[in-house]
Write a protein that binds this ligand. Structure first.
Ligand code: ADP
Ligand code: ASP
Ligand code: MG
Length: 438
């Protein structure tokens, strides 16, 4: 067996008890040589994630408030883990350095990144592994995008000097040395980057569920675990809200063709989900691989007689969005109608201006914005092979008495996207799941 990169999420490292489970998992396989750690997550319902507490502390400093109590609460969480594990480690110097940097306005991303930084130090100490600061090996370009090639070269070289190491997830550094984070949930990306640089045989992503489930367990009761899913299917699902793995975590391992195994820290014997580049196998009974969805979308409905024949009509409208740096999600259209589906928050500040400008540039017969839309993605590599998937989907929706506002099927038939009213979201997810899975 070749080497494995293992990433543990926030709930897997939220307390001393969880640290012990993690250490047992790592020690039970000597190939688990590189570990990516998240910041401590919630220990119980209603608890706070350390990352959120660091964002809060940044806001307090920026507002000129006193942060002593909050800072003590954060450091107390780490101290509790260290004490619970009986680790001899003095973190006072680190704590005071961080506090000074916060007061020195080291930045929002710097603040957020300290969650994983401190947790990884603790885990490295507990495991007897080396600690490698992500700021020294993960790089962003001047424009803020991830510098994949520089990172891969430097990291691969660095790992040669450390046979066993813990690396904090979620952040790296800008060309000038300041700390920058990925978007939320970004430790998954760090794990993938490490897997590529270490040329790992497998990237294990350990979390609090026994794999990628066919639907969000917070919406559908006890959904089935997906045994095998492709990178592309997973990206569709995670983009649409299945947050178990960050949607961008696919890219680094995809380059190297390394599979990802989603595993449960609390039930390590469960096989979990394998994420692979391609697969011919599929469940002939369920056909679909999974469903996911999100609320918070708006539709701009535009109507104009003969719009279809007006050359440049779509381009003029889209350039209004481009000028404002807004991307859209879907663009279903008919002969005389067009709908632009986008995130409500993306147009929040400019919606009136946008409508006025579109009116000016294409003179539509009518134009209005409809809010409160949810999108649901039904994803499956087998849909292209199986007839009747769409019929099944729409009969489920009709039986549940739900009105469909938009339908979009990708040309590769990997997914069908539905737009519905937010109020129908939970009902629709359940209806679709049970229609396909039973
Ligand atoms: P971690 O802290 O380990 O990175 P996350 O909270 O980011 O874990 O992701 C795991 C959570 O994702 C699960 O606890 C579950 O509530 C949620 N989730 C949403 N959709 C799915 C899905 N389709 N399959 C599994 N988990 C899902
Ligand atoms: N701690 C970060 C977050 O809460 C990154 C992660 O957990 O992956 O978003
Ligand atoms: Mg996560």
């Amino acid at each position: 067996m070749g080497l494995k990169v293992v990433k543990f999420g926030g709930s897997s490292l939220a307390s001393a008890e969880q640290f012990r489970k993690v250490a047992d998992i790592i020690k039970s396989d000597e190939n688990r040589r590189y570990v990516v750690a998240s910041a401590p997550g919630k220990r119980f319902k209603g608890d706070f994630k350390i990352t959120d507490m660091f964002y809060l502390i940044y806001d307090r400093v920026a507002a000129g408030d006193n942060i002593d109590t909050l800072f003590e609460e954060i450091t107390g969480r780490y101290q509790e883990i260290a004490d619970g594990l009986g680790i001899e480690i003095s973190m006072e110097a680190e704590f005071s350095r961080i506090k000074n940097a916060l007061y020195g306005m080291a930045g929002r991303d710097y603040a957020a990144s300290r969650g994983e930084y401190l947790n990884s130090m603790l885990l490295a100490k507990y495991m007897g592994y080396d600690f490698i600061d992500a700021a020294e090996v993960i790089f962003f370009k001047q424009d803020g995008t991830f510098d994949a090639e520089r990172t891969n070269t430097v990291l691969a070289e660095r790992l040669k000097r450390h046979p066993y190491a813990v690396v904090p997830g979620f952040y790296g550094s800008m060309p000038n040395g300041t700390i920058k984070t990925f978007s939320r949930g970004g430790s998954d990306i760090t794990g993938s980057i490490l897997a590529r640089a270490a040329n790992a045989e497998l990237y294990e992503n350990w979390t609090d569920v026994s794999g990628f489930l066919m639907a969000d367990p917070r919406v559908v009761d006890d959904p089935k675990v997906i045994e095998t899913i492709t990178y592309r299917e997973l990206r569709e699902l995670s983009y649409m809200g299945a947050t178990v793995l960050h949607e961008d975590a696919i890219f680094p391992v995809q380059i190297a063709g390394i599979p990802i195994n989603i595993k449960n820290t609390n039930i390590p014997e469960d096989p979990g989900t394998m994420i692979v580049s391609t697969s011919d196998k599929y469940d002939t009974k369920t056909i679909i691989t999974g469903i996911a969805g999100k609320k918070g979308f708006s539709a701009i409905h535009i109507e104009k007689d003969m719009m279809n024949g007006e050359v440049g009509f779509t381009r003029k409208i889209l350039s209004e969005l481009e000028e404002r740096n807004i991307s859209f999600e879907h663009l279903p259209s008919g002969i005389d109608t067009m709908t632009i589906m986008l995130k409500t928050e993306d147009i929040a500040k400019i919606r009136e201006d946008l409508i006025v400008d579109i009116r000016h540039s294409v003179h539509p017969d009518s134009i209005y914005i409809q809010d409160g839309i949810a999108l649901i993605a039904v994803v499956g590599r087998a849909m292209v092979k199986a007839k009747g998937t769409a019929a099944k989907l729409f009969s489920a929706i009709a039986k549940a008495d739900i009105n469909v506002k938009m339908i979009d099927q990708g040309s590769d038939e990997l997914n069908i996207i539905l737009g519905i009213e937010e109020a129908d979201f939970e009902k629709a997810m359940s209806a679709i799941y049970h229609e396909f899975v039973g």
